[in-house]
Write a protein that binds this ligand. Structure first.
Ligand SMILES: Cc1cc2nc3c(=O)[nH]c(=O)nc-3n(C[C@H](O)[C@H](O)[C@H](O)COP(=O)(O)OP(=O)(O)OC[C@H]3O[C@@H](n4cnc5c(N)ncnc54)[C@H](O)[C@@H]3O)c2cc1C
Length: 419
């Protein structure tokens, strides 16, 4: 494992690895949930944790230049005094690095309104497998958009060392509304009602009862209880608009038989709700030491069916299920505790995972929303993409890395394909 401190050192590491034919696994904070940064036999892990500086915040150009090992939260901290923020907000933002966010095309609760990492990266300086350094810019620079190809490539095309990020003006006002429901369908009908009313929530989160119970053990009373599910909604913008939208959200939840609707009195109370939501998966460590969090996306109006199918599949395989969803964009995250020491438990988990992906595709969805493919969903790639498309992806990868040394065995399943 190497910890380079600058672009030259990253380039030196990759040049040496290329000369010796050693595979390279890039690593930021290691928080990805699909196994993309797992080392493989005989590899060199290049960890970016020392590339941790915000180099410049430009309030007029509304952009920041950062080293790619810096955390998402450090970028938010640096932008705040200028009244700016970086929109992608994975719940792991305290530790997740910008390089990891680029490589996974990370989203987060706010991406329903603001979009994912790809929408907020202007350029990236990348070290390629042979140690050469290139700058990738977006489509507005003319030519083919290699920056977009790089974002989401999970370490298979090179190592991002610096990035230019788009910053947005911090909304003057945020307001959080939380509503508890007795029924899953009512919860999602309320979510659809909010969207249909032309509110664009900054975040529209669904949390089901199992995870609410776990959160309540550590943060009692934060969310309405008892409830089959909770909607956690944030609206942001100008003051009048925000109050109007928050009223509308509360009214729509009431019309869909919410048991309780609460409006956070101020930003601090809103933050407490979001902190409890973000900590939810951490709290699951009390339930089990091994809790894979999965990631499937379906059209928003199919989310109830997806949740019901996930539950039925979990029951069928004798597994417990805890779930949240970014309801604004149909992205469901079932967390399923299992016992890695028990082959039967591993088999049931694998069967569940496979059937979950199949079910989501049959609902017109995608096997990932934001956690990437890594090693977890290699076989699902063959379900989702044609041979021709997989072949095109392999060809692109080869053009960046002819020797196939960058994060091999990740993202693209071996064999098959037209190229
Ligand atoms: C509690 C928790 C909550 C989470 N919530 C969210 C969420 O809301 N939304 C979301 O999208 N994700 C979420 N994630 C997943 C994860 O945090 C994100 O994917 C994050 O962007 C990964 O960043 P990282 O620094 O940990 O990258 P790592 O896990 O270290 O690496 C991720 C991938 O990127 C590659 N990589 C790392 N750095 C570079 C680089 N500089 N250049 C090229 N490739 C690189 C690695 O090889 C690997 O394939 C969550 C994870 C946890 C544990």
């Amino acid at each position: 494992v190497v910890f380079p401190a600058g672009v030259d050192e990253v380039a030196g590491c990759l040049r040496a690895a290329s000369e010796w034919g050693v595979p390279v696994v890039p690593r930021g904070a290691g928080t990805n949930l699909s196994g993309g940064s797992l080392p493989i036999e005989g590899c060199l892990v290049v960890c970016t944790s020392r590339l941790d500086r915000v180099l410049q915040v430009d309030p007029v150009g509304r952009r920041a230049k950062v080293q790619c090992g810096v955390t998402n939260e450090a970028v938010q901290r640096a932008a705040r005094p200028f009244g700016l923020f970086f929109a992608p907000d994975p719940s792991s933002m305290k530790v997740a690095t910008i390089g990891g966010c680029l490589a996974e095309n990370a989203g987060g609760p706010r991406c329903a309104k603001y979009g994912v990492t790809l929408n907020h990266v202007l350029a990236a300086e990348v070290v390629l497998a042979d140690g050469s350094v290139v700058e990738l810019r977006g489509a507005e620079d003319g030519g083919l958009d290699l920056l977009s190809a790089f974002v989401g490539s999970e370490g298979t095309l090179g190592i991002a060392v610096t990035a230019d990020l788009r910053l947005l003006p911090t909304p003057r006002r945020r307001r959080t509304v939380v509503a508890g429901f007795a029924d899953l369908s009512d919860t999602m009908a309320a979510a659809s009602g909010i969207v249909a009313a032309r509110v664009i929530p900054a975040a529209l989160e669904f949390i089901e009862s199992g995870l609410l119970g776990v959160i309540a053990q550590s943060s009692p009373g934060v969310f309405p209880a008892p409830a089959a599910a909770v909607l956690l909604v944030e609206v942001d913008g100008e003051e009048g608009e925000v109050e109007h939208d928050a009223d509308l959200v509360a009214r729509i939840c009431g019309e869909h038989r919410a048991l309780e609707v609460r409006r956070a009195r101020d930003q601090a109370e809103g933050e407490a709700l979001w902190a409890a939501r973000r900590a939810g998966y951490g709290y699951l460590a009390r339930v089990s030491r091994s809790v894979p969090t999965m990631d499937v996306t379906v059209p928003r109006d199919r989310l109830v069916e997806m949740i019901q199918q996930a539950r039925e599949l979990a029951d069928e395989h004798g597994l417990d299920l805890y779930a949240v969803a970014h309801a604004g964009d149909g992205n469901l995250h079932p967390a399923v505790p299992f016992d890695p020491a028990d082959p039967d438990s591993v088999r049931r988990l694998d069967d569940f995972r496979w059937q979950l992906q199949t079910a989501c595709l049959s609902l017109g969805g995608s096997i990932t929303g934001e956690h990437g493919i890594g090693v977890e969903k290699l076989s699902g790639m063959k379900l989702q993409h044609s041979d021709e498309v997989l072949g095109g992806m392999r060809a692109l990868r080869t053009s960046f890395d002819p020797g196939g040394l960058m994060n091999p065995g990740k993202v693209l399943p071996a064999g098959g394909g037209a190229w």
